[in-house]
Design a protein around this ligand. Structure first.
Ligand code: IMP
Ligand code: MG
Length: 169
């Protein structure tokens, strides 16, 4: 049984997309997709939107092949971003400890965007950060490690259409 079924994801994305349509109408919207976990979310989001956007990417990794334990955070692709004086929306898969998004937002801010907001698919309730939150999160989850819809365990299971809790054996 999925934790969050693909139909629920689609409904929630449709709402977010129509809000983005309204919010960024007549703006120069750049979506910065955080690879690799946000791939399914972003692909569905931009297809549910009706306004145009420039899709750019960064790659953040803190888990690597280690599985479910966090390691050192690396951010790649910052130099290539063209976001100065533009309206930026960062799209990520999950706000967990919050370190990835916090560091990324800090780094992107140095490139002087006109505006900078964040949208995540999932927030883990046990997040360590109390004073920094994404601007919008579509679902909250408890402490379980999740896979599917872009999220991996050791680089596998990203292609599952729904989100599942990983059964640890
Ligand atoms: P944070 O820096 O702790 O917020 O970690 C965020 C990143 O860790 C996410 O973008 C994911 O790539 C990864 N991550 C955190 N929790 C999970 C999970 O339950 N499943 C898969 N990846 C996860
Ligand atoms: Mg990620």
């Amino acid at each position: 049984m999925p934790l969050i079924a693909k139909e629920q994801i689609a409904t929630s994305i449709a709402q977010a997309a129509s809000d983005i349509d309204r919010q960024y109408k007549d703006k120069d919207l750049v979506i910065v997709m955080v690879l690799k976990g946000a791939i399914c979310f972003t692909a569905d989001l931009i297809r549910a939107m009706t306004i145009p956007c420039d899709l750019q990417t960064v790659q953040c990794s803190s888990y690597g092949k280690g599985g479910t334990k966090r390691g050192e955070l690396n951010i790649f692709g910052i130099e290539a971003l063209e976001i100065e004086n533009r309206d930026v929306l960062v799209v990520d898969d999950i706000f967990d400890s919050g370190h990835t998004l916090f560091s990324l937002i800090e780094t992107l801010n140095k490139k002087n965007p006109s505006s900078l907001k964040s949208l995540v698919l999932l927030t883990r309730n046990a997040s360590e950060m109390s004073d920094f939150h994404p601007d919008r999160s579509l679902f909250s989850i408890e402490d379980e490690f999740v896979i599917g819809y872009g999220l991996d365990y050791k680089e596998k299971y990203r292609g599952l259409p729904s989100i599942y809790a990983l059964e640890q054996v």
